[in-house]
Unconditional design. Structure first.
Length: 319
């Protein structure tokens, strides 16, 4: 399906607001003005999403680096910020650049609880339940007399639920659907247009947003889902889910998959050369010191770790 045409003037305004938001100088009044601008019409809301998508490849680069890149491009070509962003958008839409573009919904900017890239955060909830927010995660907590709800906007959260005297269900809501339970331990992760639920203890009901019925998922089972579709249930070893201990446990994992996971815990771009993508890797890798993990890969495998800057690292075959 082709994307709807958006008035260039509106898209340009979205570009200006988005660059202002990333500039580090945005005030509370700016954020309120942006929110009001987005609500003017469906076209304004769509333009904001389009502008975010265009800037998506800069998402894991620190904000000051991304904005400086835009500013340098503008000065070098005599372009306005909106023209620069539009041209970057044409380049991004023309083909893949080896980066994983991820949308940053407005809710992530205003979420009550957030973690930065590489950060984890423990939260104790009023009912005795506990949350562990993984790297680059945003969520809101919304308890009511009828339910205990966590709205996950991006990232990953490990939930350890407590039994509730009022027997309220515990629900983790994502853009794609919900995971509902009473008392258990499970993990919910948003991965692009999919959500994934991994159950460590107990049973969780998984329901995509556009399906009327949910399905039970048991300990040791993992399932991904989209808005209107459940994917196949997978078995996994709960002891291998070790990010809460700061570890990535690889068992015959493809190198490109391992680097994709490590890349979630460090700012910037971590690139895997195509000629080594299928190399199989096993071992325990630190998520709290990803440079040490990259060093371990370089020491134990015929790989070369190249650093253009601290924010741009490539893993290639050693010559």
């Amino acid at each position: 399906m082709n994307s709807p045409t958006i008035d260039p003037q509106i898209l340009g305004e979205a570009a200006d607001w988005l660059v202002q938001l990333h500039s580090g100088a945005a005030t509370a009044a700016d954020r309120e003005a942006i929110a009001q601008w987005r609500q003017r019409s469906a076209a304004h809301a769509q333009a904001w999403l389009r502008a975010e998508a265009i800037l998506g490849d800069f998402r894991n680069v620190p904000a000051e680096i991304a904005v400086q890149t835009l500013q340098r491009a503008a000065r070098g070509n005599g372009l306005s910020r909106r023209q620069t962003l539009t041209r970057l958008g044409l380049l991004l839409l023309a083909g893949p650049l080896g980066l994983a573009a991820q949308h940053t919904p407005w809710e992530q900017w205003s979420a009550e609880q957030r973690t930065a890239v590489g950060e984890q955060k423990h939260l104790q909830l009023p009912d005795g339940s506990a949350l562990l927010l993984n790297t680059d995660t945003a969520l809101n907590i919304a308890f009511s007399p009828d339910e205990r709800r966590v709205r996950l906007f991006g990232g990953e959260v490990l939930v350890t639920t407590a039994q509730d005297l009022a027997a309220r269900p515990f629900i983790v809501e994502t853009p794609q659907g919900t995971a509902r339970t009473q008392g258990t331990r499970f993990c919910v992760r948003i991965n692009g247009s999919r959500s994934q639920v991994s159950v460590l203890d107990g049973t969780v009901e998984v329901r995509p947003q556009y399906l009327s019925l949910g399905v039970p998922l048991h300990a040791g089972e993992r399932q991904s889902f989209k808005l209107n579709r459940l994917e196949a249930v997978e078995r996994f070893d709960p002891t291998a889910l070790a990010w809460d201990r700061g570890l990535l446990l690889a068992n015959d994992m493809r190198l490109d998959q391992l680097l994709e996971e490590l890349g979630r815990y460090r700012p910037g771009v971590l690139r895997c050369a195509s000629e080594v993508a299928a190399v199989r890797v096993s071992g325990a890798f630190s998520l709290r010191d990803t440079d040490a993990s990259l060093g371990l890969l370089g020491d134990s495998l015929p790989l070369k770790i190249s650093r253009l800057t601290r924010y741009w690292v490539s893993v290639e075959a050693r010559s």
